[in-house]
Design a protein. Structure first.
Ligand SMILES: C[S@@+](CC[C@H](N)C(=O)[O-])C[C@H]1O[C@@H](n2cnc3c(N)ncnc32)[C@H](O)[C@@H]1O
Length: 203
């Protein structure tokens, strides 16, 4: 767990405001077509909750009580059914295995330290039903050299504040995880900063 999110919880939405204004289409793309039972990792302040289809049942997990307090307000206003739980996604005490049709997360794999990401991804086949689907919204360095330079100048700040590792290759981590198969990696912007990574449980 990243301790800074405990004090960030009260400030997260305000600090993220300049970026969040552009992120609605990304969040819509993340939950597009998602139905049934969903576990959302690192639900944070509940930014994705307004976009889920009304029929969806979301279990939102986050390690930070402060982030979850903000998420609770969004959960009350969401069309979908939401249950919020405080927990560590690297060692989930699951009430039942194979419970979820989908596992969804935004900007979570890119903030976890390497060893924590390996442990978290190993949970995915345990969380999903057979042939259940995972979909991650991630950010990283742009393909475009000028954008990349600009990002590199602010990377220390993003790392210190949010734990974001722009250099993180989540696809490579997923490829090494047993019981999962990546089916699509889709850039969501022209510079390739934001991407959706989708796959299925195979075992
Ligand atoms: C960058 S924020 C993203 C929040 C939200 N998904 C969004 O799109 O705005 C990362 C979130 O992951 C949570 N987190 C980090 N490590 C975690 C862990 N090991 N278990 C559960 N949540 C964790 C943090 O508390 C934080 O809310």
């Amino acid at each position: 767990m990243l301790p800074q999110y405990d004090w960030l919880g009260g400030w997260y939405d305000a600090l993220d405001y300049p970026w969040e204004r552009q992120r609605a289409p990304l969040r819509r793309a993340l939950v597009h077509g998602v139905r049934g039972t969903v576990m959302e990792w690192g639900v944070g302040t509940g930014r994705n909750l307004p976009y889920y289809h009304a029929s969806v049942r979301v279990t939102g997990i986050d390690a930070s009580a402060a982030m979850l307090r903000r998420a609770a307000a969004r959960a009350r206003n969401a069309r979908c059914t939401v249950a919020l739980r405080q927990g560590d996604i690297t060692s989930l005490p699951l009430p039942e295995d194979d419970a979820f049709d989908w596992l969804v997360a935004s900007f979570v794999c890119c903030v976890l330290p390497d060893a924590a990401l390996v442990r978290a991804l190993a949970q995915v086949p345990k969380v999903l039903k057979p042939e259940g689907t995972f979909r991650f919204l991630e950010m990283g360095y742009a393909h475009n050299a000028r954008r990349r330079c600009r990002q590199a100048r602010g990377a220390w700040w993003a790392r210190a504040l949010y734990g974001v590792r722009l250099e993180r290759d989540t696809v490579a981590f997923l490829s090494r995880t047993r019981g999962l198969r990546i089916v699509a990696v889709r850039p969501l912007d022209a510079d390739g900063i934001y991407r959706l990574i989708e796959g299925v449980r195979t075992a």
